[in-house]
Design a protein around this ligand. Structure first.
Ligand SMILES: *[C@@H]1O[C@H](CO)[C@@H](O)[C@H](O)[C@H]1NC(C)=O
Ligand SMILES: *[C@@H]1O[C@H](CO)[C@@H](O)[C@H](O)[C@H]1NC(C)=O
Ligand SMILES: *[C@@H]1O[C@H](CO)[C@@H](O)[C@H](O)[C@H]1NC(C)=O
Ligand SMILES: *[C@@H]1O[C@H](CO)[C@@H](O)[C@H](O)[C@H]1NC(C)=O
Ligand SMILES: *[C@@H]1O[C@H](CO)[C@@H](O)[C@H](O)[C@H]1NC(C)=O
Ligand SMILES: *[C@@H]1O[C@H](CO)[C@@H](O)[C@H](O)[C@H]1NC(C)=O
Ligand SMILES: *[C@@H]1O[C@H](CO)[C@@H](O)[C@H](O)[C@H]1NC(C)=O
Ligand SMILES: *[C@@H]1O[C@H](CO)[C@@H](O)[C@H](O)[C@H]1NC(C)=O
Ligand SMILES: *[C@@H]1O[C@H](CO)[C@@H](O)[C@H](O)[C@H]1NC(C)=O
Ligand SMILES: *[C@@H]1O[C@H](CO)[C@@H](O)[C@H](O)[C@H]1NC(C)=O
Length: 452
């Protein structure tokens, strides 16, 4: 790395920052903490709306409070373990995947007798008499920023063999949430103040019998062993295109993993892509040096007197996935002076009130909110116009490139900073700022520790 330690203080600062970054990371991996969405969680609320002779009826609602992480098709799967010998008499707006052994019941047979039921949402188009509000979206939950009106999902469950008062009822245990793969960890159910509802005319407040909440958090490190996204860079002032780091998401190796990727010129492309896989959600990527399903390209396009312009392109290399309602999060210090953005939606994310350097971008409905599977249509693009702030703006030291990018909430691996395109007359690589270096060190270390 073209990096020169000139003095002891600088070295000390470097060492201290390294330790800070390392400890920050340790925290990240164990606590599923995301610094750009520190309060992000998914809360599951059980409202007991009435007691029955042998149990209760509850409305279960999942709220996706995450700013930019959504659950797309094929949707969520929720599981738990009953604390006693409960059964589910009936459900509205969702169903269990298995009924289990209900052989001891005659006449009226429960919907599910399993000790650990697994629940999935019903599909859109479910008959109205089997629906309740916020149900039947095929398990799709939008993110809080993108579409708060579609960030909740509900179903109703009638439970038998359970307590029939708030003293005797036992809360279910061991909640699991799949989306549909791993990634979420759910805490225990906590009994909270009963939810109050205001009637439609706003003149009366009603209250449920009892409420408990479960909070689930996401960790990318639990979700997948390898990264899923990488960043490539280019600029008008240097013809070098810095590609995604080789083997970011996997290596092409025809001897050990034949068929790990598909050559886009392969005559068998269509048949390989349409053939069913063992695991339908495992990506089938186009052969590239990085092997990532998603690449984000950041091109510094134009320099005006008071403004500068960037073109961002997101390319899908996965033949098995259309990304619906995709989003990305970009961190760059000039976002506090973003003047215009073309063909994407934009919202500043300000997890820490003072710092306005992070933006969430997502597609425009019915225009480019659908990122098609790999192929000629598998990309979306936008241009960003930033107003220069003379005290910070520079094309030197890689300043014009993003500090961090997430796609659908997962970190995109950046190229090493000493490879960034630089101004032709820049004196040397030693000018890479400590900040850029630290940011990259952070990302590479994060991935090193997470995936080793
Ligand atoms: C979950 O997110 C909501 C909304 O951001 C927040 O109010 C709540 O405190 C969070 N819960 C936990 C346990 O972090
Ligand atoms: C249970 O109900 C009683 C009144 O019926 C109420 O005083 C008490 O606070 C409730 N407890 C819980 C945990 O909701
Ligand atoms: C919790 O659920 C998971 C998956 O369903 C299971 O593997 C685990 O054994 C359960 N733990 C307890 C304490 O029931
Ligand atoms: C329980 O969840 C609901 C819905 O997310 C929320 O409004 C309420 O504040 C939560 N209660 C606690 C104590 O976290
Ligand atoms: C493929 O894997 C084999 C065995 O692990 C290794 O010897 C070989 O160098 C690899 N080839 C490439 C191109 O990475
Ligand atoms: C692996 O096979 C693909 C398709 O046949 C080919 O395009 C690619 O160059 C091969 N990679 C290596 C490392 O041999
Ligand atoms: C993606 O969408 C296109 C057009 O709707 C469809 O033909 C294709 O089968 C979809 N691919 C996948 C992997 O779902
Ligand atoms: C952050 O910057 C954007 C774009 O300049 C601006 O619209 C927004 O109001 C700013 N937000 C805060 C909290 O400063
Ligand atoms: C850029 O944004 C910051 C913070 O919002 C503001 O103080 C500054 O004046 C802006 N600079 C320009 C050139 O608009
Ligand atoms: C462009 O940047 C690369 C570093 O990525 C550097 O090797 C090259 O010399 C630069 N080109 C010019 C003309 O300065």
């Amino acid at each position: 790395m073209g990096f020169c330690l000139r003095s002891l203080p600088q070295f000390t600062a470097y060492a201290i920052s390294l330790v800070l970054f390392l400890s920050a990371f340790t925290f990240t991996s164990t606590e599923a903490y995301d610094p750009l969405d520190p309060n992000g969680n998914l809360t599951i609320k059980w409202d007991v709306i009435s007691w029955t002779p042998d149990g209760y009826v509850a409305i279960v609602t999942m709220f996706n409070f995450q700013q930019y992480r959504h659950i797309q098709a094929p949707g969520w799967t929720l599981g738990w373990t009953w604390a006693k010998k409960e059964v589910i008499w009936s459900m509205v707006g969702a169903q269990t995947t298995e009924q289990g052994d209900c052989s001891k019941y005659k006449g009226n047979v429960p919907h599910c007798c399993k000790k650990d039921p697994t629940v999935v949402d019903l599909l859109p188009g479910t008959p109205y008499n089997q629906q309740i509000a916020n149900c039947c979206k095929g398990g799709v939950l939008n993110s809080w920023v993108q579409d708060p009106s579609n960030a909740a999902s509900s179903f109703q469950v009638s439970v038998g063999g359970a307590g029939t008062t708030n003293k005797t009822v036992k809360v279910p245990k061991n909640f699991t949430l799949k989306a549909p793969g791993p990634g979420y960890t759910c805490g225990p159910a906590k009994i909270v103040k009963p939810t109050k509802y205001v009637t439609a005319d706003g003149r009366r407040v009603t209250q449920v019998m009892m409420t408990w909440n479960i909070t689930c958090t996401y960790s990318q490190f639990l979700a997948q062993k390898t990264p899923t996204c990488c960043v490539s860079l280019s600029s008008f002032y240097n013809e070098t295109i810095v590609p995604c780091p080789t083997c970011t998401c996997g290596c092409q190796n025809n001897s050990t993993h034949p068929g790990s990727c598909v050559d886009k010129k392969s005559p068998y492309l269509a048949s390989v892509v349409s053939s069913p896989s063992k695991n339908n959600y495992a990506p089938l990527v186009q052969c590239t040096s990085h092997m990532c399903p998603i690449r984000v390209h950041w091109h510094v396009k134009l320099n005006y007197k008071d403004y500068w312009r960037v073109k961002v392109t997101v390319t899908n290399f996965n033949y098995r996935m259309n990304y619906t309602q995709w989003n990305m999060v970009v961190q760059h210090p000039n976002f506090d002076n973003l003047t215009q953005i073309f063909s994407f939606n934009y919202k500043p994310l300000t997890p820490y009130a003072a710092i306005n350097d992070t933006a969430m971008l997502w597609g425009v409905k019915f225009y480019n909110d659908f990122l098609s599977q790999a192929g000629p249509l598998g990309n979306v693009q936008s241009e960003l116009l930033f107003r220069k702030d003379s005290s910070t703006f520079t094309f030197e030291k890689g300043w014009a490139f993003p500090r961090r990018i997430y796609f659908n909430g997962d970190n995109c691996v950046m190229p090493p900073p000493d490879s960034y395109p630089y101004l032709p007359n820049a004196s040397s690589r030693q000018q890479i700022s400590l900040l850029t270096l630290m940011v990259t060190l952070f990302s590479s270390l994060a991935f090193y520790f997470a995936y080793v």
